[in-house]
Design a protein around this ligand. Sequence first.
Ligand code: COA
Length: 196
Amino acid sequence: MDVKSPQNLTELTNVFRFVEKELNIKPDHVRNLAYYKKQFKVTPQFLIYIEKNREILGALLAIPQKNDNLLVGELAVSKKTQGKGIGSMLLNEIEKRAKKYDKNNILLGSLETAEKFYIKHNYKPMLFIQLKGPNKLNELKSFAIENSQENRITWESTDSEFSKIVIDTPNVDKILQYKANRLSGVHTQYLFSKKL
Ligand SMILES: CC(C)(COP(=O)(O)OP(=O)(O)OC[C@H]1O[C@@H](n2cnc3c(N)ncnc32)[C@H](O)[C@@H]1OP(=O)(O)O)[C@@H](O)C(=O)NCCC(=O)NCCS
């Protein structure tokens, strides 16, 4: 089984439809088919998939950023083939391609079900916390300082709609996430990164 990139827009559409179904992507998702069609014109090498007997088994769609980062937007393996190494093959291949094109840091937002998978692949976790509403950054920072002595705020941003921080955590700290989830108007997610 080889890892390959779509050769044309029909193949890309099939790959996206697979990912959309497996991850239950909604039509208003920022990275929709139109988004990946644009991406395909520029960096098709970062859109990869595996098929067997013309059936798609897994796909990984990544987007290079202006800096050193390659963002993994979507990764999905079909339910019946999960746990058989397909996800690892895709991740290993994208790391190889990232290095080749001088993208030396992989970044992604994980579903809760995949956190152990990324830890296994030596990815570093960070907790992303977002609060809805203006001027919530101080509330977020106080939370981080009170609840994570060893941890560090590595990124922050605020605008009229949302305030957001990222805390570097030594491991996937479910207690910290649970506490964060009690803040009002909150959304949390573990992000992962790996220096290549
Ligand atoms: C997460 C996912 C991409 C992993 O792909 P996969 O092909 O199932 O994973 P692999 O077979 O390559 O697994 C590699 C290792 O990670 C472990 N692993 C994979 N998924 C895991 C999970 N959900 N929980 C715990 N361990 C997991 C496997 O046990 C395996 O370890 P082993 O080599 O010691 O047996 C795939 O299971 C999937 O698509 N899940 C549903 C959607 C999803 O979560 N996508 C990720 C979005 S961020």
